[in-house]
Ligand binder design. Structure first.
Ligand SMILES: [Zn+2]
Length: 147
């Protein structure tokens, strides 16, 4: 899909949708990022994991915010709807579901696989020091606490 075969109204709605999404992301507060003190060691362990989750969430929000902002920029530049990797048009169905998509489904899949490989390397390196069991124990404590 490209901007040239969209009506003015459709483009206006698209911009509105992206701006709404942008606001929503800007107002979002990730969990566990408030600096609270926890008295006993078990809660402390839980809090660390919760904070990690908050950081992960904050990173995801930042990444999506960047995508939405760049989609608005691409509308302004007139190259919205074109895949940033292969220059093919992104399918209209995909854009109606994910209006901030910057890649066609094929390139997105490839990019995500690359990302996964990179993360896997980082994970393998970090588990050497932290220990995977310790991580699972912490998740278990959080689950127990929520019941
Ligand atoms: Zn592509």
């Amino acid at each position: 899909m490209s901007l040239s075969n969209m009506t003015k109204d459709e483009i206006g709605n698209l911009i509105l949708r992206l701006q709404e999404k942008k606001k929503e992301l800007q107002w979002f507060t990730p969990v566990g990022l408030s600096a609270e003190k926890f008295p006993d060691p078990i809660d402390e362990a839980g809090a660390t994991t919760e904070r990690d989750l908050g950081v992960t969430q904050a990173n995801m929000i930042q990444a999506q915010l960047k995508e939405v902002t760049s989609a608005l920029q691409r509308i302004e530049d007139g190259d919205y709807g074109v895949c940033v990797d292969c220059d093919e048009y992104i399918h209209a169905k995909r854009l109606s579901r994910l209006p901030w998509a910057s890649r066609c489904i094929e390139c997105q899949t490839k990019a995500e696989e690359e990302e996964k490989k990179k993360k896997e390397k980082v994970r393998l390196r970090s588990t050497e020091s932290v220990g995977e069991m310790e991580y699972f124990n912490k998740s278990y404590i959080i689950e127990r606490k929520q019941q």
